[in-house]
Write a protein of this length. Sequence first.
Length: 295
Amino acid sequence: MPIHLYIEQYFQQHPDARKTGIKVKNPPLEKRPKVFQVEDRIVQVGNSEIPIRIYTPNEAEKHPIFIFFPGGDFIPGGVESHDVSCRMICSLTGYKVIAVDYDTNSDKASMLQRCYNVTKWIIEHAEELGGHSDHIAIGGPSLGAHFAISIVLDFTIQQNFQFKKQVLHYPIIQLDQHIKNSPHISRMLFNGKYGIDLTLHSLNISNLEDTSISYYAPLHTNNMYLAQMPPTLIFVAEYDPLCDEGEYFAETLKNTGVDVKLVRFDGNVHGFMQSFPGSPDYMRGYEITAEFLLR
């Protein structure tokens, strides 16, 4: 279907955003979704101090946990640009949402290392955080979704922990800058046109401190490990250059027997759940996410 009119109008008014991305503008704090408590903390992991933001939905003593990784440099702004998203998920699901500020200005290996380290810390400290240690979901949008997949695969391969669910909003699956020679046609059709230009991002990831982390493209992973992934929700957007690889990853998981829910948002673009509040797909996306986490 044609791209939504309000999105096309935005790009006509902000032509540079076709390559550099749509700027996320948060409403004033008093107009954001209400949750019981929002707490900023610092996690000490080795020699690193990593900020996290904890969203608590109500006064209950224990909650399921959702570990959330923001969209990285594909959706600029880090945790703050995803504050409304975390509040929405928290308020609609009753999950304690823990957003990880993994320093989007660093290289991809450092970002993934920080996400991995904080995930281990959260699992180890789930009960003292007021969470259920046996009910932890994980996910995020864009690059954050890729990090979530990598971490889930690593925990699967190492047999350390089994996540309950995985939520991937418009994920980047192939961590490379291939456009014309990519097997995913959406990269060639839409790159640099609707908010993402892959050539502007450094997607190389190497020199990890922990070499066990599965940073390689998930599509190259042994099906034996993919088959052990948790129930997974995947959103893709029709005019996103990452659309095809998200759909292909969903099909790959389904073929290994994983419980997968794939939702394609026709007429929409990468990052729509951060960029266009109030639009029909915006609310629909959060409602589907909440339904998936609560089922």
